[in-house]
Design a protein around this ligand. Structure first.
Ligand code: ATP
Length: 310
């Protein structure tokens, strides 16, 4: 039984990243010898939860792991991060979600994701966590787990906590996600995928934000990598650009998850800040993360933040 009430609740995925570094990507049927291998904890749900926890948020994750060594290891790792795991269940006879990644020397990659236990996240899991969901100040959702569970949790939280839907990957199984979220958040490639228009520049971002608002999103955030982010809300519909500091990135993997975890943290713990300021601070946290290698390993801890971001 959970005792304290987490302010940030994430309904989402856990994946193990198995990353092989090779001189180039293999051709069909080819066996290549790589030069380095790395295993990491991933999955957008867990990543965003860990990003918020490291900034000091009390968090809970609602997720599924497989009944294998990866699943048991992941559970321990989440507990070590201080994430409440009372609603992270080990699924019998299922494997943990896997992301097999090959990174070529030129930076190109190839990824195969097998969702495994993530596919079993269901409405019943959400019902079991009803009290925690209803008490949350901020809830985070992505699209790597079944949409039925997401919609059930969005409904429970309606009019209670702020619901952020991160439409990643860009396979929108239900358009209710546009209208059932308080903030819809997406990156430039996902925006292109959903709207079928180019989203490369800040100007493109303004147009895309307007289109998302037309589709019923009450607030939209589009992240644009090194170009920062665009924000448009019902109260302040003119799309607004938030720039980021110019840095030399080391590894941008997981930047979007660092951004979302940070946004949830600021909304839950600094509700007096404007959404513009929250997006600005979340961008700054994500910019810190791109200066370190790895996904979760690149997310900053609270004691690493400058005073302006506390
Ligand atoms: P990923 O899929 O790699 O996890 P993403 O594509 O979802 O990330 P981005 O839009 O690339 O997300 O980046 C999210 C935020 O991270 C940006 O809004 C920005 O604040 C920061 N960021 C990303 N890349 C850079 C960069 N090269 N320089 C500075 N900040 C960056």
């Amino acid at each position: 039984m959970e005792v304290s009430k987490p302010r940030v609740v994430v309904v989402g995925s856990c994946m193990i990243d198995l990353v092989s570094y090779a001189p180039r990507l293999p051709r069909a049927g080819e066996t290549l010898t790589g030069r380095k291998f790395q295993q990491g904890f991933g999955g957008k749900g867990a990543n965003q939860c860990v990003a918020a926890a490291r900034l000091g948020a009390e968090t809970a994750l609602i997720a599924r792991l497989g009944d294998d060594s990866f699943g048991h290891e992941y559970l321990k790792a989440l507990n070590k991060e201080g994430v409440q795991t009372g609603y992270v269940s080990i699924t019998k006879e299922m494997h943990t979600g896997m992301a097999q990644i090959v990174v070529a020397e030129c930076g190109e990659n190839q990824i195969v994701i097998v969702p495994g236990a993530n596919r079993n996240l269901c409405v019943e899991d959400v019902q079991l966590a009803k009290e925690t969901i209803e008490a949350a100040k901020v809830l985070l959702f992505q699209l790597e787990t079944p949409v039925e569970a997401t919609l059930a949790a969005l409904k429970l939280a309606k009019g209670k906590g702020k619901r952020i839907v991160n439409a990643a990957p860009a396979v929108l199984k239900d358009t209710a996600l546009f209208t059932e979220s308080d903030i819809f958040c997406i990156n430039e490639t996902e925006a292109e995928e959903l709207l079928k228009i180019p989203v490369k520049s800040i100007e493109d971002g303004y147009k895309a934000a307007e289109k998302f608002r037309d589709l019923g999103c009450s607030a939209i955030v589009i992240t644009l990598g090194s170009q920062g982010a665009i924000l448009s809300t019902q109260e302040d519909p003119t799309p607004y650009h938030i720039p980021v500091k110019k840095v030399q990135p080391v590894d941008t993997t997981g930047a979007g998850d660092a951004f979302l975890g940070a946004m949830a943290y600021y909304m839950a713990y600094h509700p007096q800040l404007s959404l513009k300021e929250i997006v600005h601070r979340a961008c700054s946290v994500a910019t810190i993360s791109v200066q370190s290698p790895g996904t979760q390993s690149s997310f900053p801890y609270r004691n690493e933040l400058p005073d302006a971001l506390l």
